[in-house]
Write a protein that binds this ligand. Structure first.
Ligand SMILES: Cc1ncc(COP(=O)(O)O)c(C=O)c1O
Length: 315
């Protein structure tokens, strides 16, 4: 705290990232890092870009990367925005699209960065409780809303809505921007990207950090109507014109040109890829059943097994 801080800085409650203990062979569920590691072709492309050209600024519009993403998702490059991790893309979406007279709606429990952005950008919001089964109920969102944001699957519950349910949500809020944060979609949910063509209010945000094992490269992106993308670009160019460096752009492009390997089961891939010998046994029962003992005991036992824990919304 300092008298030199602005009022805004005093009032911020910053997001606390999942801890990064300095231990080998962790099962990093608290930040959901991929145990497999990136494709060798991605690493090769990054090494190839580490040359004298680093003295030059990168392409501010990341045109080649946006084109590769557009080809992959069968949309136009004007419908794709890229940023420094999906956290940055989310921040631009909050600033550009989610502040209106009526409150922004999101689930309670959900990704704990959302209330942080609300505070940063002065956005009034309402958290809509999950049902008894920890699921989002579309019917609970039938209320006045300036905008909506939902992760699908939700985080940290891992429970997903179907594409048809997302379509219902969009049709019930035709005048509100709806952001679907698909950080974990490749692990078993249906992407909403095919709905973009018929819903000008839909913005889908994805990341290369999880299924593509590139959390360290910091590349996230959004797909939506060209007008929504222009809004994000206006905010980006009022903040930082070059969010993605040359290495990030080269690595990300190579990833979209490589067949994804994220369909393999995690247990098999942890051995096949990184040679991890981490102990996964018992993890499912710890995560999926209510613990039979006190939470502090569970947390102690998780740490002992090298599974750094993380509590939902600080609870
Ligand atoms: C739901 C959700 N959205 C977005 C992100 C941000 O991912 P990144 O900034 O690495 O793209 C995370 C990271 O854990 C997440 O859990």
């Amino acid at each position: 705290m300092s008298r030199f801080w602005s009022r805004l800085t005093h009032d911020l409650k910053p997001y606390v990232p999942g801890e990064q203990p300095r231990m080998a062979e962790l099962v990093k569920l608290n930040t959901n890092e991929n145990p497999i590691g990136p494709s060798p072709r991605v690493l090769e492309a990054i090494r190839g870009e580490a040359t004298d050209t680093l003295r030059l600024y990168p392409d501010p519009q990341a045109t080649a990367l946006r084109t590769a993403l557009a080809t992959y998702h069968q949309v136009r490059p004007e419908q794709v925005f890229v940023g420094n991790g999906s956290d940055e893309v989310l921040a631009h979406a909050f600033c550009a699209l989610l502040k209106h007279d009526a409150p922004l709606l999101f689930p309670d429990i959900t990704y704990s960065f959302y209330p942080v952005y609300c505070r940063l950008f002065g956005i009034a919001h309402e958290a809509v409780p999950l049902d008894q089964a920890m699921q989002i109920r579309v019917a609970d969102y039938r209320r006045p809303a300036g905008a909506l944001i939902l992760p699908n699957p939700n985080a940290p519950t891992g429970v997903a809505l179907s594409r048809a349910e997302i379509a219902t949500l969009l049709e019930e809020h035709p005048d509100a921007p709806v952001v679907i944060d698909e950080a974990y979609v490749d692990f078993g949910a249906e992407t909403a990207i095919p709905l973009v063509a018929s819903h000008p209010n839909l913005l889908v945000i994805q990341t290369m950090s999880k299924s593509r094992a590139l959390a360290g490269l910091r590349v996230g992106y959004a797909v939506g109507d060209a007008d929504l993308i222009e809004a994000l670009t206006r905010v980006k160019d009022s903040f930082n014109s070059y969010p993605l460096g040359r290495l990030a752009q080269a690595g990300a492009i190579a990833s979209w040109r490589t067949r994804p390997i994220f369909n393999r089961p995690a247990r098999a891939s942890s051995k096949a890829g990184s040679g991890s010998t981490a102990d996964w046994s018992g993890l499912a029962s710890t995560c999926c059943r209510p613990p039979p003992t006190s939470s502090s005991r569970v947390i102690r036992r998780m740490r002992a097994r090298r599974w750094p824990p993380r509590c939902a919304n600080g609870r």
